[in-house]
Design a protein around this ligand. Structure first.
Ligand code: ATP
Length: 309
């Protein structure tokens, strides 16, 4: 058994995002097309055969302000997996787990970084302890960690409905040039949803037309039919988002839209060259604290990139 595995944990963007209802317990029902992109964290799991430490699961991160306890999605995913797999984590007799997060995905940006780290942990533990948990159980554990985690387990281009548990894989759309703009100012998901409930001011996407556009890989048709219902309230909370979106469109993006509950805004381009040129121009136009990432869509979720010690 390898003692250590490393997985990539790719970010996602929402090609469209609609809220179609709310459950009595407050959860929003979504219809969103998610797309994996090639900006990834690296998640390394190390198994200690005999744990000498008081904590069974230890999280370390290159981003030092992230929580390291059960508030960390990677920690929660590991704890749920170990419980479901009946792994002994008792100090002294049981195993210990170290989780190292090499963060590259901007945090709290609407790019699903925490969700993808959790998905990578579930897949890494499955690689380390094969057969302990079925694929169906893994999907259920993923949803317990968060609404975006089931998508992150699978990755690619997917219509996600319900509270994130109903996934319909769509034809892959690899290599789509994406320019991500991540402002430094945070936007808390719960604030955005609260503002949305008070205002509900933006029409949603035409999801059926979005699906046709994705199926035919038609960027123009996607631009004409898509929307993110959370975008207007997020722009009200953080007016810089409208400036970024306008700048992306002025620099040649076929479409530009906020991802998730923001504040990251992405542009989609007809070619890699157009995407790189836009990045060069935006570096001059936008404040220096807006981080830019030239990326591409990809067809997979977390992938194993290294094993063994
Ligand atoms: P969502 O849209 O699902 O709310 P997001 O993609 O906008 O998430 P994340 O980067 O997942 O944002 O971070 C959301 C919050 O989760 C942050 O406040 C962060 O402190 C916390 N968090 C917990 N674990 C992690 C993790 N492994 N990586 C990033 N953030 C984490």
């Amino acid at each position: 058994m390898p003692l250590q595995v490393t997985f990539s944990a790719p970010a996602k963007i929402n090609l469209s995002l609609d809220i179609v209802g709310q459950r009595p317990d407050g959860y929003h029902l979504l219809a969103t097309v998610m797309q994996s992109i090639d900006l990834s964290d690296r998640v390394t799991l190390t198994v200690l055969r005999q744990n000498e430490h008081a904590e069974a699961i230890r999280v370390r991160s290159t981003q030092t302000d992230l929580p390291r306890d059960s508030r960390n999605t990677a920690f929660r995913a590991a704890a749920l997996f170990c419980d479901a797999a009946d792994l002994d984590l008792r100090p002294g007799t049981g195993i210990g787990l170290h989780i190292d997060l090499e963060k590259h995905i901007p945090v709290a940006a609407g790019l699903g970084g925490g969700s993808s780290d959790a998905a990578a942990v579930l897949l890494a533990l499955d690689a380390l302890f094969p057969g302990r948990v079925t694929a169906g159980e893994r999907d259920r554990l993923a949803l317990q960690v968060g609404a975006d985690v089931p998508f992150c387990l699978h990755g690619g281009t997917v219509l996600c409905e319900g509270i994130g548990e109903r996934l319909t894989a769509l034809p892959a759309w690899p290599g789509l040039p994406v320019l991500l703009c991540a402002p430094a100012s945070p936007l808390l998901t719960r604030h955005v949803f609260a503002a949305y409930r008070e205002n509900r001011c933006q029409p949603g996407p035409d999801t059926a037309a979005v699906l046709r556009a994705v199926q035919t890989r038609n960027l123009k048709a996607l631009a004409d039919s898509t929307a993110n219902v959370l975008e207007a309230v997020s722009m009200f909370l953080l007016p810089q988002l409208a400036t970024i979106k306008d700048a992306l469109l002025a620099c040649g993006a076929e479409m530009a839209q906020m991802s998730g509950s923001g504040p990251a805004v992405f542009g989609l381009f007809a070619s890699e060259e157009a995407c790189r040129e836009a990045a060069d121009r935006l570096r001059q136009r936008l404040p220096a604290d807006v981080r830019l990432f030239v990326c591409r869509s990809q067809t997979a979720g977390p992938q194993q990139i290294r094993d063994g010690v």
